[in-house]
Design a protein around this ligand. Structure first.
Ligand code: HEC
Length: 166
C-alpha cells in the first residue's frame, strides 16, 4: 500500500515538473521569435526620419486618390513647367543631375548627413528628392537641386511618371 502511494507521488511530481518545464519552454520560444510584433514595412531599410514619416503619409494617402493620373505626354509637360529638363534627361544621358530614365528600383549611393549609404530608389526616395533634395544627395553629383514647388497632385503625378520611365 505504502509503495503504491509513493509511486503515485513520484508520478504526480514527474507530471508536474514536465508541465512546468513545458510551459517555460513555450514562453522562451515566444520571447525569442516575437510572432506578435508587427513587421514594420518601410520602402527603404534605413532609419525613418520625421521627414520620411511625413512623406510616407503623403504617399499612402495617394493610394486612396480617385483622380486619374496624367498621361505620359501631360506628365512630361509638367516636368518642363518645373524646369526639370534644365538638369535631367529622360533618355539616359547625364546632365547636371542623373538621368531619370530607369530610375525606379535603381540601386545607388547617396550622401545622407555625413555618411554614404546604399539605397534602392522607391516612392519615398523619389518624393524626398523632389521636396527635400538636400536630405539625400546622389553620390557623384553636386548638391544643387532646388526643392520643387509642387502641389500634392503634381508631386503624385511626377513620382508616378518617374516610376514609368523604364
Ligand atoms: C538646377 C538643376 C536641377 C533641377 C532644376 C532639378 N534637379 Fe533633380 N537633381 C539635380 C542634381 C544635381 C541631382 C543630384 C544631386 C542631388 O541628389 O541633389 C538631382 C537629383 C534628383 C533625383 C534623384 C536622382 C537619383 O538618381 O538619385 C531626382 C528623382 C530628381 N532630381 C528629380 C527632379 C525633378 C522631377 C525635377 C523637376 C521638378 C528636378 N529634379 C529638378 C539637379 C536638378
Amino acid at each position: 500500500m505504502k509503495k503504491i502511494n509513493c509511486l503515485n507521488l513520484l508520478l504526480s511530481l514527474l507530471i508536474f515538473s514536465c508541465l512546468v518545464v513545458g510551459c517555460n519552454k513555450k514562453e522562451k520560444t515566444q520571447e525569442g521569435t516575437d510572432p506578435k510584433e508587427p513587421v514594420k514595412v518601410t520602402p527603404t531599410d534605413n532609419s525613418v526620419s520625421e521627414i520620411d514619416k511625413e512623406l510616407l503619409a503623403q504617399i499612402n494617402a495617394w493610394t486612396s486618390s480617385s483622380k486619374p493620373l496624367l498621361s505620359d505626354a501631360k506628365a512630361k509637360e509638367l516636368l518642363g513647367k518645373h524646369s526639370c529638363y534644365t538638369c535631367h534627361s529622360l533618355d539616359g544621358s547625364q546632365m547636371i543631375g542623373p538621368t531619370l530614365k530607369g530610375i525606379f528600383g535603381k540601386k545607388g549611393k547617396v550622401i545622407r548627413g555625413d555618411k554614404e549609404v546604399e539605397i534602392t530608389v522607391d516612392e519615398l526616395y523619389l518624393l524626398k528628392s523632389l521636396l527635400h533634395p538636400m536630405e539625400e544627395i546622389t553620390s557623384g553629383y553636386a548638391p544643387m537641386m532646388p526643392p520643387a514647388n509642387l502641389t500634392d497632385e503634381e508631386a503624385r503625378n511626377i513620382v508616378e511618371f518617374m516610376k514609368r520611365l523604364k
